[in-house]
Design a protein around this ligand. Structure first.
Ligand SMILES: NC(=O)c1ccc[n+]([C@@H]2O[C@H](COP(=O)([O-])OP(=O)(O)OC[C@H]3O[C@@H](n4cnc5c(N)ncnc54)[C@H](O)[C@@H]3O)[C@@H](O)[C@H]2O)c1
Length: 275
C-alpha cells in the first residue's frame, strides 16, 4: 500500500512530458488515472503505455479551454469511480515573446490554456471535492510564476495568476477538507519548447540555447511533485536552480531583478529578429 493506492486522479496534459510522467508514476503507485489531453493520439499512446506496465488508466481527449468538456470529464469520473481524489491541472503551452511584439490574440491564447485551463479544472473539481469533504487540487505553474521573467510575458502573467489562485484557494479549502498545491518547476526536458510559439524570436537559436541547459527529466520531476503532494506542500518547487532563484527572490527581490535584467540584455535580446 502506498499513499496513492486506489486514489482516483485526473491529469490534464497527460499526453506528454510532466503530465505523462505523473500519470505513469501515479499508476505505478496504485492510483486509478484518467489521462486527459487535447491531442487524442498522444493521450491514447500514454494511457496504453500505463496499462502495458500494469497500471489502471483510461485516456480521454480533452481541451482544457472548453469549460463544459472539463466539467463533463469530472462528472463522468465521479459517476464511474464514485469519487475524485486528485485533480492535476497540468496542461500548458509555452509562448515566447516580448510585450511589444505580442498581439492581443497572443496574450489570449496562452492565458486561455495556462490560466483558464486551470480555472476550468478548479471550477469543475473543487465544488465536488467540497461536497465529498476531501480531495487535492494540484495546479502546475512554473518558477516563472514566482519571479519576474522578461521575454515570455503572457506565459509569466498566466503562471503568476495560477500561483495566486492556488495559494488563496488553499486557505479557502483548508476548513473544507480540500488541499491545494501549486507546482513551480524550473527547466524540465519536455517537448513544450519545440511545440511553443516564439514571437519575433530566432527559433533555432532559442532552442539551441535550451538544449545546452541541463534540466531535469519529467520522470524525476513527477517523483518530486508526488513527494510534495503526499506532504501537502503549498508550493512544490522542482529543480535545484529554481529553489535557489526562489530563495533569492525572497531574500532580495532587487538582486533578482538585476540578474533577470542582465540575462535579458545579454542573452534574450540577441534572439530578437527585428528591432
Ligand atoms: N518543461 C518545463 O521546463 C516546464 C517548466 C515549468 C512549468 N512547466 C509547465 O508544466 C506543464 C506541463 O508542461 P510540459 O513541459 O510537460 O509540456 P509538454 O508539451 O510536454 O506537455 C503538455 C501537454 O499539454 C497538452 N495540451 C496543450 N494544450 C492543451 C489543451 N488546451 N487542453 C489539454 N491539453 C493540452 C499538450 O498536448 C501536451 O501533451 C505546463 O503547464 C508547463 O507550463 C513546464
Amino acid at each position: 500500500m502506498t499513499y496513492f493506492s486506489d486514489k482516483v486522479a485526473i491529469v490534464t496534459g497527460a499526453g506528454s512530458g510532466i503530465g505523462r510522467a505523473l500519470s505513469e508514476e501515479l499508476a505505478g503507485r496504485g492510483a486509478r488515472v484518467i489521462l486527459a489531453d487535447v491531442n487524442p493520439e498522444r493521450v491514447e499512446r500514454a494511457a496504453e503505455a500505463v496499462r502495458a506496465a500494469g497500471g489502471r488508466a483510461v485516456g480521454a481527449r480533452l481541451d482544457v479551454t472548453d469549460s463544459r468538456a472539463v466539467q463533463d470529464l469530472v462528472d463522468e469520473t465521479l459517476a464511474r469511480e464514485g469519487r475524485l481524489d486528485l485533480m492535476f491541472n497540468n496542461a500548458g503551452i509555452a509562448v515566447g515573446g516580448e510585450a511589444r511584439d505580442c498581439t492581443l490574440e497572443d496574450w489570449r491564447k496562452v492565458l486561455d490554456v495556462n490560466l483558464y485551463g486551470v480555472i476550468h479544472g478548479v471550477a469543475a473539481a473543487y465544488p465536488a471535492m467540497v461536497r465529498q469533504g476531501f480531495g487535492h487540487i494540484v495546479n502546475t505553474a512554473s518558477i516563472e510564476g514566482l519571479l519576474p521573467f522578461p521575454g515570455t510575458i503572457g506565459y509569466v502573467a498566466g503562471k503568476h495568476a495560477v500561483v495566486g489562485l492556488s495559494n488563496s484557494l488553499r486557505i479557502e479549502g483548508a476548513g473544507l477538507g480540500v488541499r491545494v498545491s501549486v507546482v513551480c518547476p524550473g527547466y524540465i526536458r519536455t517537448a513544450i519548447f519545440e511545440d511553443s510559439k516564439m514571437i519575433n524570436l530566432d527559433r533555432e537559436k532559442a532552442l539551441e540555447g535550451m538544449s545546452s541547459m541541463k534540466g531535469m527529466s519529467p520522470e524525476d520531476c513527477a517523483r518530486v511533485i508526488l513527494a510534495g503532494v503526499r506532504r501537502n506542500r503549498a508550493i512544490i518547487i522542482v529543480t535545484g536552480w529554481a529553489r535557489i532563484m526562489w530563495l533569492l527572490q525572497r531574500l532580495s527581490p532587487g538582486l533578482i531583478r538585476f540578474i533577470m535584467q542582465e540575462h535579458f540584455r545579454r542573452h534574450y535580446r540577441t534572439l530578437r529578429i527585428e528591432d
